[in-house]
Design a protein around this ligand. Structure first.
Ligand SMILES: Nc1ncnc2c1ncn2[C@@H]1O[C@H](COP(=O)(O)OP(=O)(O)O)[C@@H](O)[C@H]1O
Ligand SMILES: [Mg+2]
Length: 243
């Protein structure tokens, strides 16, 4: 029995909702969505945490331009508050060096980061998930009882097939799925909507491919002005997911 597991429940007890932004495939916009979702919620005056669990390819700090802050220690680790978001990432500890962890080591690092982080009271904890539906997904489900998933996909059939597999794993484990967001839309059609028909999972909406996004990386003011964030905001405002 790992004594850290008891602490994790205590660390998370004052968090109202935990939302894992996932989708199975890499490069589909999970990190971008997680960061923008955290920004959006913070602007609505919610207390928000953002946890980057992509240990092999952490990206949230790059998107939000977080580079000169460090967590403080006080009976655990206090996530720094950056731009209204309580932020935690392995980059604080790996110092920009690669962290080539094996499966068991990843699980151990997830347990450790959840056990040491003192979030305090939050309305939302957003998790930027790694690609895949393997150990980290199963660990998050095992360790965070109330986790809900928001799935991201693209209009590509390659991304859709992977997303459907993740969906069926979540279903089998009876994990709530808020819905599926289609990102990087280029053509007029939204294949995700058709794919989800009959699966009883809400289609949240589409976000267009936004060629200005790259220039806004690391600059929160510019990010907020992008079409990506505006479209995500509209989708969130019209969906039932935040109440
Ligand atoms: N709607 C979009 N339009 C243009 N570029 C996007 C869009 N969504 C994400 N990107 C870009 O695609 C790349 C991968 O996004 P990222 O969020 O890191 O994906 P993931 O976390 O799923 O691997 C990043 O360079 C990101 O800025
Ligand atoms: Mg990512």
């Amino acid at each position: 029995m790992d004594p850290r597991l008891n602490i994790i429940n205590k660390r998370l007890e004052n968090i109202k909702r935990v939302i894992a932004v996932s989708g199975g495939k890499g490069g589909i916009g999970k990190s971008q969505t997680a960061a923008a979702l955290a920004q959006y919620l913070s602007m609505q005056n919610y207390r928000v945490g953002l946890l980057d669990l992509d240990f092999c390819g952490p990206s949230s700090h790059l998107i939000l331009g977080i580079d000169d802050v460090f967590p403080e220690e006080d009976m655990g680790i206090l996530p720094p508050l950056v731009g209204g978001i309580h932020f935690m990432s392995i980059t604080f500890f790996s110092g920009g060096q690669p962290a080539p962890l094996r499966g068991g080591e990843i699980s151990n690092a997830i347990i450790e980061i959840l056990a040491i982080t003192r979030w305090g009271p939050l309305d939302f904890l957003i998790i930027d998930m790694p690609p895949g539906t393997g150990d980290p997904t199963l660990d998050v489900i095992r360790l965070m009882e109330r986790v809900e998933f928001l799935l991201v996909t693209t209009p590509s059939r390659v991304a859709q097939e992977v997303m459907k597999k993740e969906l069926s794993v979540l279903r089998e484990l009876h994990i709530p799925v808020i819905g599926v967001l289609e990102n990087m839309k280029i053509k007029n059609n939204s294949p995700t909507e058709e794919v989800l028909a009959g699966l009883q999972v809400p289609f949240l909406g589409s976000i267009d491919f936004d060629e200005d996004l790259e220039d806004a990386l690391g600059n929160t003011d510019k990010l907020l002005a992008t079409g990506f964030v505006k479209q995500l905001g509209q989708i969130l405002a019209h969906s039932q997911m935040i109440s």
